[in-house]
Write a protein that binds this ligand. Structure first.
Ligand SMILES: C[S@@+](CC[C@H](N)C(=O)[O-])C[C@H]1O[C@@H](n2cnc3c(N)ncnc32)[C@H](O)[C@@H]1O
Length: 219
């Protein structure tokens, strides 16, 4: 299976903090104040689940979380987290195969889309867009390369990460997908944008203002 983080689940947080210090955590913390309760929250690719404890620090109750993760080992770790009175449904599947009749107030995708090529990213975007209620928020946090500047060290670091995760987790992507274009096509409003780790990580809180229009995103 591609994009499976089982092999690194036990050491993922330590590894990511070794390279990025607190930036991976901080980049996600800055978008959490945009959440209000009650909230039906869909988290995709939440990894070891430390984000559940961060959510509980802000609102110990009021979230109803659906946690979709491809890695069984990541889910096992996430189940041990203290989410306080926020119920969490853990769904061990890919977001591509996830089915739900429920719609969500908020979707969170922390470092999910960097795993996908442009076609997969567009298909997953369309699916999540369908699952998000009109007026809902999408908390998007991921690596970022500013094409207007010649970020040599960012490009080298990104290539090394893809090389490592391709070998260990069979990550399918080799470069970052064009996410800004998808949110622009979907006519999402930006309500917060910030950069971390000297511009290599981007945190964006988007708001969905229009009903989903899947035809835009599918080839
Ligand atoms: C780069 S890690 C980020 C983990 C966590 N969000 C963090 O910031 O520490 C990406 C996570 O997405 C999960 N993932 C990758 N592809 C997925 C997919 N198609 N569906 C669901 N989860 C996926 C991986 O198992 C992994 O836990």
């Amino acid at each position: 299976m591609t994009n499976n983080y089982d092999q690194v689940a036990g050491s993922y947080d330590m590894l990511s903090r070794l390279v990025f210090r607190n930036s991976i955590v901080h980049a996600q913390q800055v978008v959490l104040p945009f959440l209000n309760v009650p909230c039906r929250l869909l988290i995709v690719g939440g990894g070891t689940g430390w984000i559940l404890e961060e959510l509980a620090k802000i609102h110990p109750s009021g979230f109803v979380v659906t946690y979709v993760e491809i890695s069984g080992k990541m889910i096992d770790l996430a189940k041990k987290r203290n989410a306080k009175q926020n119920p969490v449904s853990f769904i061990h599947t890919t977001i591509e195969d996830f089915e739900s009749s429920e719609k969500f107030d908020v979707v969170m995708t922390p470092f999910l889309f960097d795993n996908f090529g442009n076609d997969k990213a567009a298909a997953v975007f369309a699916k999540l867009d369908q699952l998000l209620l009109e007026g809902g928020k999408w908390l998007f946090v991921d690596f970022y390369i500013d094409k207007k500047i010649n970020g040599i060290w960012q490009k080298i670091l990104l290539k090394s990460m893809y090389w490592f995760f391709k070998i260990v987790c069979r990550v399918e992507a080799s470069k970052l997908p064009e996410m800004e274009a998808l949110f622009r096509l979907g006519e999402y409003n930006v309500i917060h944008k910030s950069y971390h780790y000297r511009g290599f990580i981007q945190s964006v809180a988007y708001q969905k203002v229009k009903p989903a229009q899947p035809a835009f995103f599918q080839k």
